[in-house]
Design a protein around this ligand. Structure first.
Ligand code: GDP
Length: 204
């Protein structure tokens, strides 16, 4: 996939304020600080497209970006969505509840949502909060993939073990494992794989 341009469109406080569902949409979500903004910037090759969050857990908006691609026959476009992160320890319970409601509405009702990329920090052993979020997606039958981030930060052996442990944990509750990707925004690893995957899902 050849990205021609990527532009920030709008931040919406709720599902019903999102742009018209007039093209395919791919969303990114994960724990605060997982490296979501860095990954989005890496994919779009724009340094400051998604803001690297200064106050984790504070932004509770659904952020839409329009990605235009160059095709053999002209142009195409899709929405990239940056969803607010979960699991920030200092978030008040009330904020967590409103986050949950907003995310559930968006994920279950957004008709053009093609896939959710769930980001997992490859430096850590499997975390319950991530596994629980994936189980929720499974229960709601939302298509998703797993993206391991920051793979440059640990020795390859550690990353490999964490990835395997995570996928093994998933095997305990899922019949099928989803597609997974190992990435580094820092070293620009995984971009082609993610874009190819999106391209394949975009084919009519
Ligand atoms: P977000 O809160 O999920 O949007 O996470 P950010 O993109 O703001 O990243 C959180 C921190 O991790 C920042 O200090 C980033 O510089 C760092 N970071 C993100 N991705 C990578 C990566 O691939 N490699 C390394 N070494 N650091 C990363």
């Amino acid at each position: 996939m050849n990205i021609k341009s990527s532009d920030y469109l709008i931040s919406s406080p709720s599902f019903d304020k999102c742009p018209k569902p007039d093209r395919l949409e791919f969303a990114f979500i994960g724990r605060s600080n997982v490296g979501k903004s860095s990954l989005i910037n890496m994919i779009c090759q724009k340094q400051n497209l998604a803001k690297t969050s200064s106050t984790p857990g504070k932004t509770q908006m659904i952020n839409h970006f329009k990605i235009t691609t160059k095709e053999k026959k002209g142009e195409n476009s899709w929405y990239l969505v940056d969803l607010p992160g979960y699991g920030y320890a200092k978030t008040a319970q009330k904020t967590r509840r409103s986050w949950g409601q907003m995310i559930e509405n968006y994920l279950r009702k957004r008709e053009n949502l093609s896939n959710v990329f769930v980001l997992i920090d490859s430096r850590h052993a499997p975390q319950t909060i991530d596994l629980e979020f994936l189980q929720m997606l499974g229960k709601w039958e939302i298509p998703f993939s797993v993206v391991f981030t920051k793979s440059d930060k640990e020795k390859p052996g550690v990353v490999k073990r964490n990835v395997e442990d995570f996928l093994n944990k998933m095997r305990e509750t899922f019949y099928f494992l989803p597609e997974s990707f190992v990435t580094s925004a820092e070293k620009k690893i995984g971009r082609d794989e993610l874009l190819n995957f999106i391209e394949n899902l975009s084919k009519p």
